[in-house]
Ligand binder design. Structure first.
Ligand SMILES: Nc1nc2c(ncn2[C@@H]2O[C@H](COP(=O)(O)OP(=O)(O)OP(=O)(O)O)[C@@H](O)[C@H]2O)c(=O)[nH]1
Ligand SMILES: [Mg+2]
Ligand SMILES: [Zn+2]
Length: 291
């Protein structure tokens, strides 16, 4: 039988096969392919006990995409979610995530949630930063169900993984998008305005017959891997039109005398915050220990 892994907990994989979900081990797969199954994997399985819905995964079918963080297979795009407030958006973390997704060639939608508590009306400015950087953006409210229909349009026909820090409302949004599964949601700690890491395991949920969303645990830090400092600028789509104005080939855009990128920042064509994070990441890659 053929199915899809919708959840993995403590060595068990939950495989959706038509209307039923089987609790499976994956012994055969480990033995033969030495590969770890991921949520989102299409698999071949055999039923061990039809009544108890237990089975065994015997084969992993080829993946069309594979992400390391969150660890999921066969997604078409990522919906990166930050809150406009509570917690305040961490743009350093957001930019790191966008670099990582570009390394894995996965399209990203940048979504700001909780616009119902956006007292300073910061949302439009946040959207503008990322629109300028070439991303599709959207501000929504899971709490007040604002612009959920628009979000649904962006997800239709695809498999999307949500991603973002704890407490921004990823599970709340997943709950808004369908009425089959209710993901647990958690509060925000008052003192430090951080989420409580309520979601512990990734879970794949059907929104419509051919539309899926993956709820994932929040993350709070991301390293930059598999990347040299000279390659970093290549992950900033908005830099590309201005590189021809740099005096030196291979310009780092940090301190060279005539630099198209720095000029574009001064003129407001490239967001200053994005550029400042670029400089931070460049320094981080330069100073990184070589192992
Ligand atoms: N005001 C407001 N609160 C929201 C909104 N969406 C979610 N929340 C609240 O934010 C808190 C965190 O929501 P969750 O959905 O659990 O957040 P999460 O991103 O899934 O967090 P983790 O699972 O810990 O990664 C809860 O108290 C929600 O009620 C919103 O649009 N507006
Ligand atoms: Mg959650
Ligand atoms: Zn330059």
């Amino acid at each position: 039988m053929r199915g899809k892994i919708i959840k993995g907990i403590a060595g068990f994989y939950y495989v959706q096969c038509g209307p039923s979900v089987y609790e499976c081990k994956a012994k055969g797969v480990f033995r033969r392919d030495k590969k770890k199954p991921l949520v989102g994997d299409d698999v071949e399985m055999t039923v061990l006990d039809g009544e108890e819905r237990k089975g065994n995964i015997t084969e992993l079918l080829p993946r069309h995409s594979e992400l390391i963080r969150p660890a999921v297979a066969n997604v078409d795009q990522a919906l990166v979610i930050f809150a406009v407030a509570k917690p305040q958006p961490d743009f350093n973390l957001l930019d790191r995530f966008l670099i990582m997704m570009r390394q894995q060639k996965l399209p990203c939608i940048v979504c700001f949630n909780k616009i119902d508590i956006d007292g300073d009306n910061a949302g439009p400015g946040y959207e503008e930063i990322y629109q300028k950087a070439g991303y599709r953006t959207l501000t929504v409210s899971a709490g007040e169900k604002i612009r959920i229909g628009e979000l649904k349009e962006l997800l239709r026909g695809r498999t999307t993984t949500v991603a973002g820090p704890s407490g921004v409302g990823k599970s709340s949004l997943v709950n808004c998008l369908q009425d089959g599964v209710v993901m647990e949601t958690g509060g925000i700690s008052q003192k430090i305005e951080r989420g409580r890491h309520t979601t512990r395991h990734s879970e794949l949920i059907a929104i419509e017959p051919d539309t899926f969303i993956l709820d994932t645990p929040g993350f709070s830090s991301l390293g930059l891997f598999g990347l040299e400092k000279e390659e970093l600028a290549g992950y900033y789509e908005e830099f590309a039109p201005y590189e021809k104005y740099c005096r030196f080939g291979g310009c780092s855009h940090i301190s060279e005398p005539i630099c198209g990128i720095r000029d574009a920042v001064e003129e407001g064509r490239i967001s200053r915050g994005r550029y400042e994070n670029y400089c931070l990441f460049y320094g981080e890659l330069r100073d990184r220990k070589k192992y």
